[in-house]
Design a binder for this molecule. Structure first.
Ligand code: FEO
Length: 374
């Protein structure tokens, strides 16, 4: 039987969310280390729940809350974000306990559409709310990751705790809740991958959220996915500074698909050319690689080479999917080159070139549009 004991973070604050060790796809984003849906309980005369979990994990949430106090005794639920992975149990907990549900105006609108009438309270950004002697201050962080997102600061037990929701999250399931109890290298990689696959299109808004978080100088950052940041807050802040500024390493990413191996051969030629100017060149066969892993590398890559054989006059489905994902996630500051093989007629290279150019990436002069017949 799974351990449903809440994890005590401070005297009055507990982690009570769910751990999904088996999740391998978070709406298409590959999650080899699983996923958590974090929720937090603040005890006191009027218990407060910060966020909930994805709906199928409602029982686990209730059991973990019950390890501290009866779920029926919750009086207030703060919804930092209405997306289903955090709001999935809101209606169940609110109906069970009669708790009020606090959210931004956009959050209340979204939750009302998703779960119907509950006892909603609209939060104003920067305006503190005090319930049962506990003061919570919401800060607007729109588009990190939806328009409704807020983060909530609570000063309690001599600590400033920032409940940061998607910001600073990682898809990383562990039996240990805090950064210091886990492998920092793995956690930081998952934080970077999470940023690349969830937050990157909104880098400007993420930079503002980061600046706001830094100015609050929290002692603990409790995100809605992954580990809780304590000792390594300076590390996650530094990583976010680098990522939101699109700071680059001298790195190239070569991605390709192949039908008979010829485009793989070309990828090595392109890579050898890039090795002359880059410190590292990474190769990804799109037919064998999760696109979320490629995106994690593109956060700080300077160069992108895309190779594809011509497949019935166009690109292969793997390359088409990669281009669609790239267009959605919008890594910035890339220079690109294109290569590919073809049999009786080309087309793929031209199509990729047009797609990357339309995304606003810089065209590289040398070796561009390398093509080979068979
Ligand atoms: Fe983890 Fe945007 O939800």
């Amino acid at each position: 039987m799974q351990n449903v004991q809440a994890v005590r973070l401070t005297e009055h604050v507990y982690a009570v969310g769910a751990v999904d060790y088996d999740c391998r796809s978070f709406h298409g984003y590959a999650t080899p280390r699983g996923v958590t849906y974090n929720a937090y309980l603040i005890t006191g005369p009027e218990p407060i729940l910060i966020d909930t979990v994805k709906a199928p994990f409602t029982r686990e949430l209730l059991d973990r809350i019950a390890s501290v106090l009866p779920p029926e005794s919750i009086r207030h639920i703060i919804s930092n974000h209405a997306e289903f992975d955090h709001s999935g149990a809101i209606a169940a907990v609110a109906k069970l306990s009669g708790a009020k549900v606090y959210a931004s105006a956009a959050g209340v609108k979204a939750l009302s559409a998703m779960y119907g009438a509950l006892d909603y309270v609209t939060l104003a950004a920067g305006k503190p709310v005090t319930v049962g002697g506990v003061t919570l201050t919401p800060y607007a962080t729109p588009m990190v990751h939806w328009p409704d997102n807020i983060v909530t600061l609570c000063e309690i037990d001599g600590k400033k705790i920032l409940f940061s929701n998607d910001a600073f999250g990682q898809h990383y399931a562990s039996s240990k809740k805090c950064d210091v109890e886990n492998d920092l290298h793995d956690v930081m990689y998952e934080a970077e991958k999470y940023y690349a696959n969830i937050v990157m299109p909104y880098a400007a808004q993420a930079a503002k959220a980061l600046a706001a978080a830094e100015s609050l100088a929290p002692d603990i950052i409790a995100p809605s996915h992954g580990v809780v940041w304590t000792k390594h807050i300076p590390d996650i802040f530094a990583l976010y500074r680098k990522m939101t500024a699109a700071e680059k390493s001298n790195k190239a990413v070569v991605v390709y698909d192949s039908l008979w191996g010829h485009t793989v051969e070309l990828s090595r030629k392109v890579g050898a050319w890039l090795e002359d100017t880059c410190d590292s060149v990474l190769y990804f066969d799109l037919g064998k690689t999760e696109r979320a892993d490629v995106m994690a590398e593109l956060v700080d890559a300077k160069y992108l080479a895309v190779g594809c054989p011509t497949f019935y006059g166009t690109v292969t489905p793997e390359v088409a999917a990669f281009l669609a994902y790239l267009k959605a996630l919008k890594p910035t500051g890339l220079a690109y080159t294109v290569f590919g093989s073809y049999g009786w007629g080309g087309g793929a290279v031209k199509e990729i070139d047009a797609a990357l150019s339309a995304m606003g990436y810089a065209h590289m002069d040398n070796l561009d549009n390398l093509q080979q017949v068979y």
